[in-house]
Every structure is written in structure tokens, then in C-alpha cells.
Write a protein that binds this ligand. Structure first.
Ligand code: ACM
Length: 635
């Protein structure tokens, strides 16, 4: 078995090094359905004439072309309804091509011009995004690049998405991110044809959306005490510490963001996470709580409030809403009513995850509710809550979505489910006929570490690029029609600033984009990764931060029979050379090259490693304390 896998790995290494030597001149992510390359190229003239039928719906497509071409290429874009000599023709198909659907496109680059056709403006937009990836990387630059030949290879591309739901979730509650940062997030996601931004707007650490009928949600609920370090274990704030860290979006901000997203063919789905994860709301309106003394609660600043080591993860302070109180349902009616007016998207996500039940178990209100409604378990209590909430959401003309905990105790009749604890919840819900979006921790939790914990902000799990790439939204044995698509989630407990948001998202979201857009048959990590490296060059141009962790080897500490310590290093991608030192100096490619398991010298205190491709350093220097290896090897 082992020998066979070694052989397979050796073959993969061989084929990838070939791919690397021939570094792809066309490197589109997500991989299109069909791409045919021909000889020749087209060069953009100084004045780019775009020919298209005048229609306000096409303006976002024109804006994208104008902005990129003027800001990075120094071109002037002139739009004409007809006439000869068009550089780029944007054509809405008179007779719809049913295979292309709402978002597909046909991109034809000839030696004398470019034509993009589609059934709908969204398709033209994605065609233009693909065109950007065919242009030199400098098209992503923030200022006009000089002395660049703005050439495009002659190609025919026929392309459409595999799934209608191609989502990224951005947790703006744990740390607040400004309107400008959310816009930047949208600008980045659309380059890779994501079309759904799920905003996690409320949690224990902050309520981020103005609700006019409940002003304390933002005057009180949007602010906590600033803390930095390892979130989750902070010293509890003192009563007199200033609660000024945070922020929220006004309703005008939300309208602006919704429009900004719409102009980029992105829907925004709001999430209000209840009945657990609700401390910010409870701190603002303690009447929401079933627990006496909730009027002393404050918005969480990262101190410990749940015990994750115990089954059912009991809460240490009651961060839940009272499911037995009419006040709670009146409150949620107001919240959902205002939110439904702000977001045109059909679904509102109402959370439902990780609701601790230990305070409910103590509550006379909850006990009385159970007796009255014949509820036998706490899961049934939550199900009672979720079903009432589903009715509230539907009464505002919206569809109800929740995390997979809404299955426990019985899912509501029309609920859509987002499966996060693996894919089982999604499978079970689909079998019951519910719509599902797959978003499993195992593949698409972008808050997880991308590399060894010696280099990353500590999170309890690791998810490397090659694992993310294996994300497959449709399990065998379910009706594929009920799987609306897939989504990756960025929780931000350990993400304090927008640079780190980018670092966590890229390049893993590139992998997700191929899982949700490209045909399954076209996915191949070995051809994907060289394209990722071409995107790295583009991220450098746009000054977007990305993680280089794919170049970090994994460390395996080994305890030998004689109790001595060895370590093996495994690269995530083929074609890398690893150099190392045990002498505390920083290795480069003139240091010993790793070829097989290393015996750790008895006096060594640090193993330092670095990766190269040929003469070029690609990885960062990793410093592994030998004491850490000792611990990992055990006795
Ligand atoms: C979740 O990650 N708690 C949905």
C-alpha cells in the first residue's frame, strides 16, 4: 500500500514539475467549462471601443471595463451602440442559449477584436472577469503600468457555473469591518465569480446592523472592550474599561452595500444568529434572557463564555434568548421586519448554531413551555423556537435558512439548511426535501489555520489548500437539485484586521471557486496549483495579502525506539526543495537539502526550514522549537 502511494506521489511530482516548467500562459480560476486556444494574440489599442446596446443593466459591466482599463492600463474606453472597429463587443443573445443560463458567457478573442456574448448582463460581467485574467497581471495594478504590451491570447471560451449559490461568509461581528472593507471584500470575490456574500451580522461580540425600533442593539450591542492576543481566553474586562471598540452599519450603509454588491452581481444574505450567540442582543435588551441577572451582562470582548470541553458546550453566561417569552418573538418580528426591507435577497439566515441549553434547563419559563407544548427535550425546545421564527421570516416575504442544528428536534416545513458540521446535516435535510447549501468545516472553514500552528494565529484546526480543493458540494445519494451550492466561511475571532482577512481567504477561496463554478471533471489540483501561483502575481499587483503557507512543509515528529527524536517534512505541493538548519541560523539554498527523515541532534533547540523552487525562495523561514517536536512525538 505504502509503496503504491509513494509511486503515485512520484508520478504526480513528475507531472507537476512538467506543468511548472511550462508555467501556464493561460491560468483562469475558476477553470472554464471549455477553452480552446488558437495561435496569435490581440493587442488592446490606446482607445478601447466597446460596442454594446445601450442598457442600464449593462452599466456595471462597462464600469468594470472602464475602471480596470483606465486605472491599470491607461486606456480610454469609448462606448458605442454600433459601428465598425469595435475593440470589444458585448452582446446580449437575442435567442437565449439555455446551457449558458443566467450567468454563463461566450468569450471569443480573435486577432482583430474581442466578443463576449451572454443571455444576461451577469454573464457579460463574468466574461469580462475572465478577460481580465487573460490580460497581463499588471491589469490588477493600482496605478497605470508603463511599457506593457496589453495582449490577449486568441481563444474561445464557453463557460457557465456548476452552482447558482457560490458563497463566501464574512463574520463582521467578532471584529467589525468597515463599509469600505466590505466593498473591497466584494471586489475581490467577484474576480473569481462568487455571487453570494453572507454577512454574519450578530454574535456575542457585537450587533452590527442598525434596527431603528431597537436602538440599544447598536448603541450598546455594537461595542465592547478592545483586546488583542489569543481571543477566547482574555481577562474579563473591568466594569470601568471603555466600551468603544466596534461599530455597526447604519441602514443607509446597508443600502449602499446592497447596491454596491448588486452592481457586481452579488447578493448579500444577512445572518442574525439566534437563539444562541446572542450576548450582544441580550446585553442591549436583557428582557430577552430567561436568566435572572442578565441586566448585568455586557457584550463579550473575547473572554471565556462557553465551555467547549464539555458535551453540549454549556454557557458560562447565558448568551441565549428565552424561547418561552413572547418578548423574544416580538423582538425578532421587529428585527426581521426591518432586515427584510433592507436586503432584497430571498433568504434570511437566522443562525441556530451552538445554542447552549444549560440555562434553559434551569429556567421555570422554559419548563412551563415544555409542559404546555409537550416538548420533551431541549432540542425540541429549540425546534419550537425555530419553527416560530420561520413563520416570522415568511410573514415578511422571505425564506428561512439556518445552520444544521435546526434539524435537531425537527426542522420547520420550508427551512433551507446550511450544513457546517460536515455534510451529514445537508444529506439528511436534502433527503427530507429541503434545500441545502454545503459549507462543511472539513473543507471550507477559512478561519482554520493554513499551516503549522507555529506560524499561524492559533485556531483549533488546520485546513490546507489541497484539502480545501477537495470540496465537493454534492454527496452521492442525494438529489443534486436540492443542493443549491457551496460556501466558504470566514469567522473572525482571531482575525483582527482586513489584511488578515485577505490572508485567510486567499488562496483557499480560489480552491472553493473551482468547486462551485467549474465542472467536476475539470478539477485537478496539479493543474490548479500552477494557476494559483499566477494569481499570486496578480495579488502582488493589487496589493492583496495572501498566505504563502502552501509552501510550508508539514512537520511530523517521530519518537524512535531508542527514545531519540526524528522529524519528517512533507511538502504540500510538488516541485519544492526544502533546506534546513539545527544550528539556529537561517537556512537558504546553500544549506543542507532535506531528502529524508532527519535525526534531531541532542542539543538542538530549533529546527529552521525554508522552501525554494530552483534558485527562488518561495516559502518563509519556519522556526520549529525542538521542545515542541518533543511534545508532539510523545513518549
Ligand atoms: C458555526 O460554525 N458555528 C456555524
Amino acid at each position: 500500500m505504502k509503496k503504491i502511494s509513494l509511486l503515485v506521489f512520484a508520478c504526480l511530482m513528475g507531472s507537476l514539475s512538467f506543468a511548472q516548467q511550462t508555467s501556464p500562459d493561460i491560468a483562469i480560476i475558476p477553470e472554464p467549462v471549455k477553452l480552446t486556444k488558437h495561435a496569435g494574440q490581440f493587442t488592446l489599442p490606446k482607445i478601447v471601443v466597446v460596442q454594446t446596446a445601450a442598457s442600464p443593466e449593462i452599466n456595471p459591466v462597462l464600469d468594470l471595463l472602464k475602471n480596470k482599463f483606465s486605472a491599470a492600463a491607461g486606456k480610454t474606453v469609448v462606448v458605442k451602440a454600433a459601428g465598425a472597429n469595435a475593440t470589444i463587443k458585448l452582446v446580449i443573445n437575442k435567442k437565449a442559449d439555455v446551457v449558458l443560463g443566467k450567468e454563463g458567457y461566450n468569450l471569443s478573442v480573435k486577432a482583430n477584436g474581442i466578443t463576449i456574448s451572454a443571455n444576461k448582463p451577469a454573464g457579460l460581467y463574468y466574461g469580462v472577469q475572465t478577460l481580465m485574467q487573460l490580460l497581463p497581471k499588471e491589469i490588477e495594478g493600482l496605478e497605470v503600468a508603463k511599457n506593457i504590451a496589453w495582449t490577449v491570447p486568441v481563444v474561445d471560451i464557453y463557460d457557465y457555473p456548476r452552482f447558482e449559490w457560490r458563497g463566501l461568509m464574512f463574520d463582521v461581528s467578532r471584529h467589525f469591518f468597515t463599509k469600505q472593507e466590505v466593498k473591497r471584500f466584494i471586489d475581490d470575490m467577484v474576480k473569481y465569480k462568487f455571487n453570494l456574500l453572507h454577512m454574519h451580522l450578530t454574535d456575542d461580540e457585537g450587533w452590527r446592523i442598525e434596527i431603528k425600533s431597537l436602538p440599544r442593539l447598536t448603541t450598546v450591542g455594537a461595542f465592547n472592550v478592545k483586546r488583542e492576543g489569543a481571543f477566547g481566553d482574555f481577562i474579563a474586562p473591568k466594569p470601568d474599561e471603555p466600551r468603544t471598540y466596534g461599530g455597526f452599519y447604519t441602514q443607509d450603509d446597508i443600502r449602499e452595500l446592497v447596491k454596491y454588491a448588486k452592481d457586481r452581481f452579488v447578493d448579500i444574505m444577512p445572518e442574525v444568529d439566534v437563539p444562541g450567540h446572542s450576548l450582544a442582543a441580550v446585553a442591549a435588551y436583557p428582557q430577552l434572557s430567561a436568566t435572572p441577572g442578565a441586566d448585568k451582562y455586557t457584550v463579550r470582548s473575547g473572554e471565556k463564555i462557553m465551555d467547549w470541553s464539555k458535551p453540549g458546550h454549556p454557557a458560562l453566561v447565558d448568551n441565549t434568548m428565552n424561547p418561552a417569552s413572547e418578548y423574544t418573538y416580538d423582538f425578532l418580528d421587529k428585527v426581521v421586519g426591518e432586515i427584510a426591507q433592507l436586503f432584497p435577497f430571498a433568504y434570511i439566515h437566522m443562525g441556530g448554531d451552538e445554542c447552549a441549553k444549560n440555562f434553559w434547563e434551569q429556567s421555570p419559563d422554559v419548563k412551563a413551555l415544555m409542559a404546555k407544548e409537550g416538548l420533551k427535550t431541549m432540542e425540541e425546545v429549540q425546534s419550537y423556537f425555530e419553527k416560530r421564527l420561520e413563520k416570522i421570516v415568511e410573514s415578511k416575504g422571505k425564506r428561512f435558512m439556518g445552520w444544521d442544528e435546526i434539524l435537531e428536534g425537527g426542522i420547520g416545513p420550508n427551512a433551507a439548511l446550511m450544513s457546517w458540521r460536515g455534510i451529514k446535516g445537508g444529506i439528511d435535510a436534502a433527503k427530507l426535501g429541503h434545500e441545502v447549501v454545503m459549507s462543511p468545516t472539513t473543507y471550507v472553514y477559512l478561519d482554520y489555520m493554513q499551516s503549522d500552528r507555529i506560524t499561524e494565529p492559533p485556531v483549533y484546526a488546520t485546513l490546507r489548500l489541497n484539502t480545501t480543493y477537495e470540496f465537493e458540494p454534492v454527496p452521492d445519494s442525494v438529489d443534486a437539485k436540492l443542493i443549491k451550492g457551496g460556501q466558504a466561511n470566514l469567522w473572525t475571532e482571531q482575525v483582527y484586521n482586513f489584511r488578515q482577512v485577505e490572508y485567510m481567504i486567499w488562496p483557499r477561496a480560489l480552491a472553493v471557486s473551482e468547486s462551485v463554478w467549474s465542472p467536476k471533471s475539470k478539477k485537478n489540483f496539479l493543474t490548479f496549483f500552477p494557476k494559483v501561483e499566477r494569481q499570486f502575481e496578480r495579488f502582488n499587483q493589487s496589493e492583496t495579502k495572501y498566505s504563502p503557507s502552501v509552501y510550508d512543509p508539514t512537520f511530523k515528529a517521530i519518537r524512535n525506539a531508542d527514545k531519540s527524536l526524528s522529524v519528517s517534512l512533507t511538502p504540500e505541493v510538488p516541485g519544492l526543495d526544502i533546506y534546513y538548519s539545527f544550528d539556529n541560523s537561517s537556512p537558504d539554498r546553500f544549506y543542507p537539502k532535506y531528502t529524508s527523515t532527519l535525526a534531531v541532534p541532542i542539543d538542538a533547540t530549533q529546527l529552521k526550514v525554508v522552501t525554494y523552487k530552483g534558485k527562488t525562495q518561495v516559502g518563509r523561514i519556519l522556526i520549529m522549537p525542538v521542545a515542541d517536536l518533543q511534545k508532539r512525538a510523545g513518549n
